[in-house]
Design a protein around this ligand. Sequence first.
Ligand SMILES: Nc1nc2c(c(=O)[nH]1)N[C@@H](CN(C=O)c1ccc(C(=O)N[C@@H](CCC(=O)O)C(=O)O)cc1)CN2
Length: 337
Amino acid sequence: MALSCHRQTGACRPAARSSRRAAPRPSTAVVAATASAVPASKLIDGKGIAETIRSEIAKEVAVMKQQHGLTPGLAVVLVGSRKDSETYVRSKKKACAEVGFDSYGSDLPADVSEEEVLKVVEAYNADPRVHGILVQLPLPKHISEKRILDAISIEKDVDGFHPLNIGSLAMRGRDPLFVPCTPKGCIELLERCKVPISGRKACVIGRSNIVGMPAALLLQRRDATVTMVHSKTPDGQRICAEADIVIAACGVAEMVTGDWIKPGAVVIDVGINAKDDPTAKKGYRLVGDVEFESAAAKASLITPVPGGVGPMTIAMLLQNTLESARRAVTGEKVAGH
Ligand SMILES: Nc1nc2c(c(=O)[nH]1)N[C@@H](CN(C=O)c1ccc(C(=O)N[C@@H](CCC(=O)O)C(=O)O)cc1)CN2
């Protein structure tokens, strides 16, 4: 896939397919840049890149259906009625339909027992129509996340959260069957934007199992020198200000300001936080873990929020599910890999 991406002259977004076509409609990222006075040339258009990936996936699904009669299937388990989780689950099912996957859903009440959730997971483990299973996080407090994630068959663990998949990510000479979607999306953005990783200094802010820790491992596997900064790190700002690549995943709204950013660094903002804004239609707007304007003034490339990493999370989920379906087609043996 061709990308127009140049750190001095152009934002990193999917290239128009033909120079004779009409000028592409400005992406959300470009519109956001105009509104916030950050040059579009600095923006990594995650929304546009995710759309490109989704259309690549749709093409492959059509071929898979035609040649092998196989439709990739994703099972989505939602426990409780958190509004944000409901929104993400809806988006995932919609994305499945758009690329031609089947999706299966189990919406369980917030007071469901752990045993009931385990039964649902086991049923999907045994269902040959299901190539990927995800349990939307966070789970209610009375349910052990560890027990539920451990129960997902590693061959269907498209979220990449099973300890065997994470463990393989941490070991040299081993490859996980699946890589967690958000950190995978961060790396995909860097690679599609042709940001060099090998030999560069990277700083990952935050050490969650879902994002920070796997993001650091993925950067290290690509030969970056990685430092992790977290809530107990003395002088995280100074460490971060030495990095060529920053992945911010600390979950604190706008914590990473321009003072944390080395001039010319590439900044990937994983945070999604609601910030009160009486001028916004809903009374709030979404901001990242990075203070966008001050960081953009220093960065060579930066992801916006929304429209940066978020859409990549779902694109990577589809990619992982497709990979699992491909393994079903080829009969690749993966158990005990
Ligand atoms: N089982 C999982 N649970 C959770 C994951 C995950 O990867 N697997 N990640 C997050 C939530 N998440 C997906 O589940 C997710 C978050 C954000 C987005 C997204 O597209 N965000 C948009 C903004 C959306 C909005 O307007 O609210 C953006 O950033 O542009 C997609 C998926 C926690 N749980």
